[in-house]
Ligand binder design. Structure first.
Ligand code: SF4
Ligand code: SF4
Length: 77
């Protein structure tokens, strides 16, 4: 259902925050976090998750396997 940010790798550049179509990313205690309840993996908005696309640090925005993968309404994904 969601991407997450590896806090130890996040440089707090804030590039991802403005790009998220669901306003799921916010700053918290000096690092950036994704609200898994708002993240739709960018499905229906973009082919590539925008946080992944803009993050300058590879493998910092990654799938959070503790949530089931997002299912678009109607089942298309
Ligand atoms: S995958 Fe898309 S919806 Fe989820 S946090 Fe990243 S930019 Fe936002
Ligand atoms: S773009 Fe990457 S490094 Fe920058 S705030 Fe977002 S997660 Fe952190």
């Amino acid at each position: 259902m969601a991407y997450k940010i590896i806090a130890s790798q996040c440089t707090s550049c804030s590039a991802c925050e403005a790009e998220c179509p669901n306003v799921a990313i916010s700053e918290k205690n000096g690092t950036f976090v994704i609200n898994p309840k708002k993240c739709t993996e960018c499905i229906g908005h973009f082919d590539i998750p925008q946080c992944v696309a803009v993050c300058p640090v590879d493998n910092t925005c990654v799938i959070d396997n503790s949530f089931p993968r997002y299912q678009a309404p109607g089942g298309a994904a």
